[in-house]
Design a protein around this ligand. Structure first.
Ligand code: HEC
Length: 121
């Protein structure tokens, strides 16, 4: 019984902090290329990738189902590939292919990030 309570607490706590660390992770791991806030005109010229909200919102329209969205994004973070692109080819042509975040982001973090993006945008 006490073990069960502990496990439930861990699950509840990680869900509670999921949102916070999700945002921090996006800022730290994705923000250098995908701006988290709205870029100014000057910033648009120097962007290395489309803004995070733009990517997430557009993708969500293409992949409305939560589980499918999360799996797609978590996978793309680790293994981006031209043939997987669901966002738009224009970004690919302008910025090139996103580098894999393997080694910087764990599988678990990738899922947290993907869930955060789905919930937020
Ligand atoms: C070094 C720059 C860079 C970093 C860091 C980066 N990305 Fe990207 N990302 C890109 C570029 C460039 C594209 C557009 C080309 C493409 O789709 O690969 C892109 C595209 C995407 C797409 C669209 C995929 C599709 O369907 O076309 C998603 C989703 C995405 N990034 C998520 C993330 C997340 C989440 C992170 C942080 C974990 C991240 N990216 C970090 C450069 C980056």
């Amino acid at each position: 019984m006490p073990l069960k309570i502990t496990l439930l607490t861990v699950v509840a706590l990680s869900a509670l902090f999921g949102g916070v660390s999700g945002r921090e992770l996006v800022e730290k791991r994705c923000g250098s290329c995908h701006m988290v806030s709205n870029p100014t005109i000057e910033q648009v010229k120097h962007m290395a990738a489309p803004p995070m909200w733009g990517v997430a919102r557009h993708l969500k329209r293409n992949i409305p189902q939560r589980g499918e969205f999360v799996s797609f994004v978590a996978d793309y973070i680790m293994e981006p590939a031209e043939e997987k692109i669901r966002f738009n080819k224009e970004a690919f042509r302008r910025f090139g292919l996103m580098p894999s975040m393997k080694g910087t982001v764990t599988d678990e973090e990738a899922r947290l990030i993907a869930e955060y993006l789905y919930e937020t945008y």
